[in-house]
Design a protein around this ligand. Structure first.
Ligand code: SPV
Ligand code: MG
Length: 298
């Protein structure tokens, strides 16, 4: 079954779809192993691992390469954060073709002006595109897709831009009418109040998606009871690995030997397991047996 179909079927089989953020194939595999339903290939985390700002600096190809290697490493679907769609409607059309062909299950685009800046940056510029210009991108994305299960997620940034609930609702319903398969409603507040006000007033029919980084007290049950279908834990794997790496590297620098380093790290065996190192032995045995059958080995 295609990954897009797997994701589509979760809409009816799951009360909420839990999406874990990742930044490369290894972190995506950890998301999968931990039991998440899907992987978020987030622009913040991927930009950070390139040592670059989350400000539309990396190209579409660079983001797609990362999302593709996650997809090749995982069985669960990948939801790719495509920022503003890398340009106008024709860039969006090209992007949808490329991501769909790469086996990515869903893409999201946000209604900000290019170049966008991360939504949670307090001093960030959060200028929005006109509703009409963003609707044009959604129409273009919808026209470009071949696979009916490939999801086009429209991300509403009106609350991030402090434009209020009414503007957010108006845009969300305009994007649904233009063909969006789901809506991300994003907030930078430290409580879920405005998200819940939005969901209570929302009378659209496509699924709603949230990214509760700034309002971390919200529970999964509260999200479910407020008609939210996807929750994205966008950047916790990135921030956890940043801290873990910083700690161990500092300890190594300040210790006379590795045995004096008092920081927990994974064993070599755990990494061998993740990278399927032990499969190489099985492959070698199979080749050896075949060579024997062919008379090459005594
Ligand atoms: C990301 O993870 O790249 C996102 C979510 O877009 S946020 O950082 O909250 O903007
Ligand atoms: Mg992003």
């Amino acid at each position: 079954m295609s990954k897009s179909k797997i994701l589509h079927e979760m809409l009816s089989s799951k009360s909420i779809i839990k999406v874990g953020g990742a930044f490369d194939a290894m972190s995506a595999k950890l998301v999968e192993i931990s039991g998440f339903d899907a992987v978020w290939a987030g622009s913040f985390a991927i930009s950070a691992t390139h040592g670059l700002p989350d400000a539309s600096i990396l190209t579409m190809t660079e983001f797609l390469n990362v999302a593709s290697s996650m997809n090749e490493a995982c069985q669960i679907p990948i939801i790719a954060d495509c920022d503003t769609g890398f340009g106008g409607p024709s860039n969006v059309s090209h992007m949808v073709n490329k991501y769909e062909k790469a086996g990515i299950a869903a893409i999201s685009i946000e209604d900000k002006v290019f170049p966008k800046q991360n939504s949670l940056l307090e001093t960030g510029k959060h200028e929005l595109l006109s509703e009409k210009d963003f609707a044009a991108k959604i129409i273009s994305a919808k026209n470009a897709k071949d696979d009916p299960n490939f999801m086009i997620i429209a991300r509403v940034e009106a609350l991030i831009a402090n434009l209020g609930i009414d503007e957010a609702l108006k845009r969300a319903s305009a994007y649904e009418n233009a063909g969006a398969d789901a809506i991300i409603i994003h907030s930078k507040k430290n409580t879920p109040d405005e998200i819940f006000e939005f969901t209570e007033k929302w009378n659209g029919s496509v699924p709603l998606v949230v990214i509760p980084t700034s309002y971390g007290s919200v529970t999964v049950d509260e999200l479910i009871s407020h008609k939210i279908k996807f929750v994205i834990y966008a950047n916790h794997s990135l921030r956890a690995s940043h801290l873990a790496m910083s700690k161990v590297l500092t300890e190594i620098m300040n210790s006379p030997s590795l045995n004096d380093v008092n920081v927990d790290i994974s064993s070599m065996d755990e990494i061998f397991q993740l990278q399927k190192m032990f499969d190489i032995k099985t492959q070698e045995k199979e080749i050896e047996e075949k060579l024997k059958k062919l008379g090459y080995v005594d």
